[in-house]
Ligand binder design. Structure first.
Ligand SMILES: [Mg+2]
Length: 280
């Protein structure tokens, strides 16, 4: 499946491409976007210095890089251009579970095998666990002011009104999910998306590493929030980091897995972590 970004790129009057393809990547670099690479309050939103460093790591270290995000790919690509990226990532993990690969011409295609398996497993899960999901939905709708959403390709999710409210919702979800052990959820700030426990930022990173023949020890990951937990627990990447603005739970996780809690925030932390692990 081709993602409809070429059309929007054409509208923007340019065609962005990735860096030249690597014959055999030696490292994989996985970056969370919102709150990590990208700070909407900063100017520029992504430090310009990062682009040169990525190019150097790509050329000299064989580092294949990508963005591992909760956003859908169209929304991410829009902001890559706005943030001044001069080239595309080699890959994107979107909605914390779908893998997309960029070809040398800048066209995106889905990793069909992984993405269709993921969609199938989620569909099966939500069919077999209808009762547990209904109990969760009932609590959210009747006991909170949060918004419940469900549409094609996104079977269930929540937008809460506050962090306190989402904390309460997660506690109820944990209770109901005992009856549905394959059910998982990805949380980021006041947003929560339900899915299957086999698909998350971490398992997507490992799938990419397997495809490219890169060892876990040579995988780097950095993120700041709940939905980065699986990517940063040491299972899927041997080099883990978080920015100083990461939530306390992530800082604790990174520390306990022997990773780097950066002094800098957002994109500055990304530069700091890459220099610490790879390009000092
Ligand atoms: Mg984030």
């Amino acid at each position: 499946m081709l993602v409809g970004c070429n059309e929007s790129q054409a509208c923007l009057g340019y065609l962005m491409k990735p860096l030249p393809p690597l014959e055999s990547p030696r490292f994989i670099l996985s970056f969370d976007f919102d709150g990590t690479l990208h700070d909407p309050a900063a100017t520029p939103t992504v430090p310009t210095e990062l682009f040169g460093l990525l190019e150097r790591l790509h050329g000299e270290y064989g580092a294949c890089w990508g963005i591992n995000t909760g956003r859908n790919i169209e929304y991410l690509i829009e902001d890559l251009e706005k943030s001044g990226f001069p080239f595309f990532p080699d890959w994107v993990v979107a909605r914390e579970r779908e893998i997309h690969l960029c070809d040398p011409e800048g066209s995106w295609s889905a990793h069909e095998d992984w993405n269709s398996r993921c969609a199938r497993d989620i569909e099966r899960l939500f069919t077999t666990q209808r009762e547990a999901m209904e109990r969760i939905r009932h609590d959210v709708v009747h006991q909170t002011g949060a918004q419940w959403f469900s549409f094609e390709g996104e079977p269930a999710g929540v937008v809460a009104q506050s962090v306190e409210e989402i904390d309460w919702i997660v506690s109820r979800v944990q209770e109901h999910a005992r009856a549905a052990p394959d059910l998982s959820w990805q949380r980021n700030s006041i947003y929560l998306r339900f899915g299957h426990r086999n698909y998350h930022k971490g398992s997507c990173l490992s799938e990419l590493a397997k495809m490219m023949g890169v060892e876990t020890a040579n995988c780097f990951a950095i993120g700041d929030s709940h939905n980065d937990e699986e990517m940063l627990d040491g299972t899927h990447a041997g080099m883990n980091a978080c920015p100083a603005n990461a939530i306390p739970e992530i800082q604790q996780l990174v520390r306990s897995s022997g990773g780097l809690v950066c002094k800098g925030v957002h994109g500055e932390a990304v530069l700091e972590a890459l220099r610490h692990y790879l390009a000092d």
